[in-house]
Design a protein around this ligand. Structure first.
Ligand code: AMP
Length: 207
């Protein structure tokens, strides 16, 4: 069975967490434009560096992210795509370069997203996610998995979070609507417990 999975959802909906679990469960690539851009923040492009857009909570220009996705999907047998497409132009580009087997939307209320994002801490070394209130590590500031240092992402401050959510509702919600209209979108309550969300996604993927 082929696994080409698209996970849609606002920032903080749980796409990163669920994608990592899916990649491990099915032995597929986790393709995430956010991580790819963070690893290349200072890269000079004709539009400037990704950093200048990311720190403001804005979208990095389509040609830059489209290239990243094209290269990543070219070598992937199966994949879970996380953080892309974020607007209708990217969605069109994606449909021209691949077919999808499952499209899942993680639905989470806006105020819950703000709380999740502003309290989020990530391991600098392995990328594991924590939350100061809902999922704190055993030792403050230290990753349970690898002992790495936990940091707050530069774009997880309240002001930038609000901007990122605005960008989501304006640019990415039309992508969600597009897949809903095509009749391929499966919506999952992203406020359920993480293991519950994962079980539901697996049911969709294997169905
Ligand atoms: P994320 O880690 O998915 O929350 O992405 C962090 C930031 O990277 C976003 O706020 C954007 O600035 C940028 N970014 C990630 N994916 C995309 C994309 N598909 N299109 C444009 N910008 C993106």
């Amino acid at each position: 069975m082929s696994h080409r999975i698209l996970l849609l959802g606002a920032p903080g909906a749980g796409k990163g967490t669920q994608s990592a679990k899916l990649a491990e469960a099915y032995g597929i690539d986790h393709v995430t434009t956010g991580d790819a851009l963070r690893a290349n923040k200072e890269m000079e492009t004709e539009y400037g560096t990704p950093k200048s857009f990311m720190d403001a909570g804005e979208l990095v220009p389509d040609p830059v992210v489209n290239e990243i996705v094209k290269a990543a999907l070219a070598d992937a047998d199966g994949f879970v795509l996380d953080g892309y497409p974020r607007n209708l132009e990217q969605a069109e580009y994606l449909s021209a370069i691949t077919d999808l087997d499952a499209v899942v939307f993680l639905d989470v209320d806006e105020e819950v997203l703000v709380d999740r994002l502003t309290g989020r801490r990530v391991c600098e070394a392995c990328g594991a996610n924590y939350h100061v209130d809902f999922q704190s590590p055993e030792e403050a500031g230290v990753c349970d998995e690898c002992g790495g240092e936990l940091i707050q992402r530069e774009d997880d401050t309240e002001e930038t979070v609000r901007e990122r959510l605005e960008v989501f509702y304006e640019n990415t919600e039309p992508v969600v609507d597009h897949f809903r209209e095509e009749g391929v979108l499966v919506e999952i309550d992203g406020e359920a417990a993480p293991d519950e969300v994962f079980d539901r996604i697996q049911t969709v993927v294997e169905g």
